[in-house]
Design a protein around this ligand. Structure first.
Ligand code: 45D
Length: 149
């Protein structure tokens, strides 16, 4: 079920993938908060998060799209050296920053596409551990590993 779900997500457009992550976060938020390690892991992503905070909303969105599309940019390379759980923590923190107004918000009245709704429903059918596995694999594959050839 996990690999099939990952393929489903990867068939989505970039914006649909971002929207999906957002809805996954808002629906899982309460359950992942206690599990998510705060400061320790996030410190490793702090430089990257600070760079993003200083960007305009348009640039923040572009940087997130670049991560999903694995475009080779300085942000994608800084992201690429993080561990998989730190990548999860990074996305978690980005969502928090969106809520706090430091990162570009979802457009008002945003209506997710049918593909997003269907994929979200598939993810919700998985148990919690499998959901984390799907999310970890998705974020692990984003960005660019600067050490890969
Ligand atoms: O204008 O370390 C659109 C554990 C449309 C424990 C848009 C864990 C156009 C160990 C593209 C929609 C494994 C539990 C705009 C950690 C448009 C550990 C914008 C787990 C503006 C860390 C879209 C942690 C945007 C977990 C901006 C499970 C979308 C963490 C942004 C999970 C979406 C984190 C974002 C998740 C989504 C974070 C930022 C699911 C973030 C999701």
């Amino acid at each position: 079920a996990v690999p099939a779900t990952i393929s489903l997500v990867k068939r989505l457009s970039t914006d649909d993938q971002l929207a999906l992550l957002w809805y996954a976060y808002t629906e899982m938020g309460r359950s992942i908060t206690p599990a998510a390690p705060g400061a320790a892991r996030l410190q490793l992503a702090e430089g990257l998060l600070n760079s993003l905070k200083q960007m305009s909303h348009a640039q923040q969105l572009e940087a997130m799209r670049d991560l999903v599309e694995r475009k080779n940019t300085p942000i994608s390379r800084s992201y690429g050296i993080l561990s998989n759980n730190t990548k999860l923590a990074f996305w978690y923190e980005l969502s928090e920053l969106m809520v706090q107004g430091f990162v570009v918000p979802m457009p008002t009245g945003y209506q997710p596409s049918r593909d997003v709704n269907e994929t979200l429903a598939t993810i919700k059918q998985l148990d919690f551990g499998q959901q984390i596995t799907v999310l970890r694999k998705l974020v692990a594959d984003m960005g660019v590993d600067p050490l890969a050839d």
